[in-house]
Design a protein around this ligand. Structure first.
Ligand code: G3H
Length: 255
């Protein structure tokens, strides 16, 4: 059975004191969350300190972005190897905020995906459609295009042991989450599209839902068979809310 992965994406939020409080509270509760994997993605500048403060490997670290170069004259960028060295296990790539505010393309994101795999880091590939595309019935077309860029660059086994976060753009930070059954349909499509009948990929690819997940609606998502956890933004900034979401994931796997 796939384990759920609950990841908190802090985006451009947080501080050293918040990090310390968060890690202490999370560490106190982690034993009750054995059935799911937990990760936090604070701003990259805090990863090294987070690694030092983490007392066990049950809480993993993620970065929010990476460059597609390994080194050289690329001012302001961070390489996969640097993120690995400061403790990242996962790296979020292709978030819609980066696609939209930093003009990231499917091709550039595919280069990042390939480099992360080579470095031994786990890509968390964000995909999803805009509100207009959703209204036009283009959800699957858009998701397929975003996934196909990775398959073209990395081959049919690209998604073995990888993470995909389905994040409909209209649901991010809006309080207007997709319904669990809407999300389940898209997740089932994604699983079929990336595995193309290969059981090994279908069984190992983790597909998270992201977009206004909170402590009250998390249960509904995790009850769906193709929703393997959540990429949580706003609700991951309060440790108690984040913990409740993780507890919902555990409960969904233990009935
Ligand atoms: O990476 C997280 C997503 O963008 C979701 O953000 P949100 O939970 O604030 O809607």
């Amino acid at each position: 059975m796939r384990r759920s992965l609950i990841m908190g994406n802090w985006k451009l939020n947080g501080s050293l004191s918040m990090l310390a409080e968060f890690i202490t509270s999370l560490s106190d509760q982690i034993d009750a969350l054995k059935m799911c994997d937990i990760a936090i993605a604070p701003p990259a500048v805090y990863l090294h300190e987070a690694k030092k403060q983490l007392k066990n490997d049950r809480i993993s670290l993620a970065a929010q972005n990476v460059d597609f170069n390994t080194g050289g004259a690329f001012t302001g960028e961070l390489s996969p190897q640097m993120l690995k060295e400061v403790g990242a296990k996962y790296v979020i790539i292709g978030h819609s905020e980066r696609r939209s505010y930093h003009q990231e393309t499917n091709e550039g994101i595919a280069k990042k995906f390939a480099l992360l795999k080579e470095t031994g880091l786990i890509p968390v590939l964000c995909i999803g459609e805009s509100e207009t595309e959703n209204a036009q019935g283009l959800t699957q077309t858009i998701c397929a295009k975003q996934l196909d860029a990775i398959l073209a660059k990395c081959g049919p086994d690209a998604f073995k042991n990888s993470v995909i976060a389905y994040e409909p753009i209209w649901a991010i930070g809006t309080g207007k989450a997709a319904t669990a059954s809407e999300a389940q349909k898209v997740h089932a499509f994604i699983r079929q599209h990336v595995s193309k009948g290969k059981d090994e990929i279908a069984k190992t690819v983790i597909i998270q839902y992201g977009g206004s997940v909170n402590a009250s609606n998390a249960d509904e998502f995790f009850a769906e068979k193709d929703i393997d956890g959540a990429l949580v933004g706003g609700a991951s900034l309060k440790v108690n809310d984040f913990l409740k979401i993780a507890q919902s994931a555990v409960a969904a796997k233990t009935f």
